[in-house]
Design a protein around this ligand. Sequence first.
Ligand code: UD1
Length: 328
Amino acid sequence: MQNMRTKVGCLITGAAGFVGSHLAECLLAMNFQVVGIDNFFSGRRDNMRSFADSRDFYFYEASITERNLMRKLKRWHPELRYCFHLAAVVSVPYSVEHEDETMGINLTATQALVKESRELDFTAFVFAGSAAEYGRDPRLPLKEDYATAATRHTSPYGRSKFLASRDVAQSPNGIALRCFNIYGPRQDPASPYSGVVSRFLAAALAGQSLTILGDGQQTRDFIYVSDVVDAYLHAAGLNRRPASPLNGVYNVGTGEAVSILTLARTTLQLTNGSEAPAFLPERPGDIRHSLADIEQFKAVSGWSPKVSLPLGLRKTLEWFGRHTPPEC
Ligand code: UD1
């Protein structure tokens, strides 16, 4: 049992982000000390509202590119033993326009952090990889070993995540989770990298028609944010006794393909929407199908996704109902 003096510390980079804030909330509820950093490039202070005043939460506005960042934080918080590295350039279009910056943040800074984590004896360094690491590989479901140095990535974002995941996995304390299409409360429908779920829900709640880009037959593997948080805990071994972190690269999704048309229909049913969706041309460079093979991660960690799409959409909708969605 942990007591006040010996709480184990977890560092979360990107703690003010969509997923990072859910992870922080969960770790605090599990009685860990949480040290969060964020530079608010895409994170929002408001995402941390529910736990910002917790006495076990320490927040620093900082960039992950800062030299010796972990060393400094470990000096201030000697309890730190786990790092969840989620801070990144997350916008694909932004990564195309700012390739060097994306590589510097998503790859070089990650390499420096994982190295520091090893030197500082961190038990686990868990990295937020991405389905974008597979480029447009047509072999479905996507298995971890399909992404290789020969993969043609569709953006600097995908390339940077692939290279960083590979380096993280080579570290004895490193685990990279390639998350597919995450959705849930706090995903901002107004940001340029908003996912289709938050855009659909915000539009439906505003009584506007949903916009389907292309014919709507394209499919994605949508995973609810609490299942992703649970995957991070499993990766670090924090919900096993004794804690035994994994090592390597693993997919995190549901293993189920859902078409954008089905998503639109389900959204309209849940919101009692009657506006017919509007069809616009396909997004340039859009991937047709994306689906995770999650067997490896399930086998090594015992994790499995729990939240069905209708349930996850209902929970997200409830949250949207309580928070006026920004204009999108
Ligand atoms: C997502 C990520 C992207 C990442 C990729 C990796 C987001 C926002 N994007 O892209 O960073 O590189 O996974 O696989 O998380 N759509 C509509 N109407 C809308 C919005 C989108 O029909 O209003 C369509 C898109 O054209 C696409 C699908 O919905 O076909 C999913 O879009 P999106 O949520 O942006 O995710 P990905 O394209 O998978």
